[in-house]
Ligand binder design. Structure first.
Ligand code: SF4
Ligand code: SF4
Length: 363
C-alpha cells in the first residue's frame, strides 16, 4: 500500500517560500517572535519550478493550499505566477497575514482566484490570518500593520475574491471575537473561522503562558490562552499529557490515524521542493536541537540517500514509489518503537490537536 499515488491525492499543501514579513511567537521560523532561527534557509520557488510540483497526473487533485510552515506565500517573488500555475490543476487556498504588497497586487490575486473552482468543484479562496483588531493583532502577528491588512483584504474582496478571516483566540483578544466577526461581515468576507490553538501545550513556559522575545532574546511579554471556555481547545488536557510524556521519554503504545493519509489525502512540498507526508514532519527537519528532529534523523534520514524526497532531483513517480512513501512510513505506525515521535504527538487516536483547532462559520 502506498502513502499516496497519482489517483489518491486530493490536496497538495505547499510552502512556496520560507520568507516572511511577520514574526509570530508560536511559529517555527523564529525564536518566540524574535530573530529568525539560524537553521532556516531563506529560499523560494521559481516560476519554472512550479511545473515540477503541479503535475497533471494527479487526477483527483481538488485543492492546493499555499500555506507556509515557515513563510508567507505573498512574500515570494513570483507568487502570482505560482498561483496561476496551480490554478491550472486545482483550486487554491491562499493563507496570509495580509500585511505585505500594495493593494493593486491583492486586486490581481482576487482576479486570479475569482471563480476559480478547480476541476473538482472546490472553491478558491484567500485566508487572512488576523488575530484581533487594530490594538491587538500585532501582539501575535508581530511586525504587521492592521490598517494595511484591512486595505489589502478590501482590495482582494472588491476584485471578486472569496475571503475568509481566521482569528486565533488569546486572552488579550477574546473580548474582540464578536466585533471582528461583524467587521468581517461588513467588509464582505464570506467566512470567519475561530482558531483554538493547541500550541500552549508545548510552550517553554508551561501550558498557561508563552513567552514573546525581541531580536536580542529578551522576553518582552507573555501570551496567555483564552479564559472563555468557548475558545479553549477541547484537547487541552490530553494533549498536555502527551507532551509531558514525550519530554520524559515515556512512550505508551499508541494507535496512529494519519491525518494526511486518511482525513485529507494530502502531501506536503516545502520551499526547497522536498516532499514530506505532512507539514509537521517538514517542520521538524529544520530544528536540529529538538527531540523531534533527532528522532526523524534516526528513523528516516539516516536510512535513505540524500535528496530522496527532492523534486529537484527526482520525479514525482520516483518519490511516490520510494520505500519511505511506499512502505516504511506505513509500517512504522504498527509498532511503538518504530513510530515517529511526531506521528505519536500529532496523530494519535487518543487526541486530535490539529482539527480541534478550527471552527468555521459562514457570514
Ligand atoms: S505569518 Fe505565518 S509564516 Fe509568518 S511568522 Fe506568522 S505564522 Fe510564521
Ligand atoms: S505526523 Fe505522521 S501520522 Fe501525522 S500526518 Fe504526518 S505522517 Fe501522518
Amino acid at each position: 500500500m502506498f502513502f499516496h499515488n497519482f489517483e489518491t491525492l486530493n490536496e497538495l499543501h505547499v510552502e512556496v517560500t520560507t520568507k516572511c514579513n511577520a514574526a509570530c511567537p508560536m511559529c517555527a521560523r523564529n525564536e518566540y517572535g524574535g530573530k529568525t532561527v539560524d537553521s532556516l534557509n531563506l529560499v523560494e520557488w521559481s516560476e519554472k519550478e512550479a511545473s515540477l510540483v503541479f503535475d497533471r497526473r494527479f487526477t483527483n487533485l481538488k485543492n492546493i493550499l499555499f500555506c507556509g510552515t515557515h513563510g508567507d506565500p505573498a512574500t515570494a517573488t513570483d507568487c502570482l505566477q505560482l498561483v496561476k500555475s496551480a490554478l491550472k490543476v486545482a483550486a487554491v487556498e491562499f493563507y496570509t497575514n495580509g500585511s505585505v504588497r500594495p493593494q493593486q497586487w491583492w486586486s490581481q490575486l482576487g482576479e486570479a482566484l475569482k471563480g476559480s473552482n478547480g476541476e473538482q468543484g472546490k472553491k478558491s479562496l484567500a485566508v487572512f490570518s488576523i488575530d484581533g483588531l487594530s490594538d491587538t493583532n500585532h501582539l501575535y502577528r508581530r511586525n504587521t500593520n492592521f490598517d494595511k491588512i484591512m486595505e489589502n483584504a478590501e482590495a482582494f474582496i472588491q476584485s471578486g475574491g472569496h475571503a475568509r478571516w481566521d482569528f486565533i483566540v488569546f486572552k488579550h483578544n477574546e473580548h474582540q471575537v464578536e466585533e471582528a466577526q461583524s467587521l468581517a461581515k461588513k467588509m464582505g468576507f464570506k467566512q470567519f473561522r475561530i482558531r483554538k490553538t493547541s500550541r500552549f501545550a508545548y510552550s517553554p513556559d508551561g501550558p498557561d503562558k508563552h513567552r514573546v522575545q525581541n531580536r536580542h532574546g529578551d522576553i518582552e511579554y507573555f501570551l496567555e490562552p483564552p479564559t472563555n471556555s468557548l475558545y479553549i481547545n477541547s484537547t487541552k488536557k490530553t494533549f498536555e499529557k502527551i507532551i509531558k510524556n514525550e519530554q520524559s521519554c515515556q512512550k505508551p503504545s499508541t494507535e496512529i490515524r494519519c491525518l494526511n493519509k486518511s482525513t485529507f489525502q494530502r502531501l506536503y512540498v516545502n520551499a526547497a521542493l522536498e516532499v514530506f507526508p505532512c507539514c509537521f514532519i517538514s517542520r521538524d527537519n529544520i530544528s536540529p536541537k529538538s527531540l523531534l528532529f533527532k528522532d526523524l534523523f534516526k528513523k528516516v534520514h539516516k536510512k535513505y540517500q540524500k535528496n530522496f524526497n527532492s523534486l529537484r532531483h527526482h520525479s514525482w513517480a520516483d518519490i511516490l514509489q520510494h520505500p519511505f512513501f511506499k512502505r516504511d512510513l506505513l509500517l512504522s505506525w504498527k509498532a511503538n518503537e518504530t513510530q515517529l515521535l511526531r506521528c505519536q504527538r500529532t496523530c494519535s487516536v487518543k487526541v486530535d490537536p490539529i482539527t480541534s483547532q478550527s471552527e468555521n462559520q459562514s457570514l
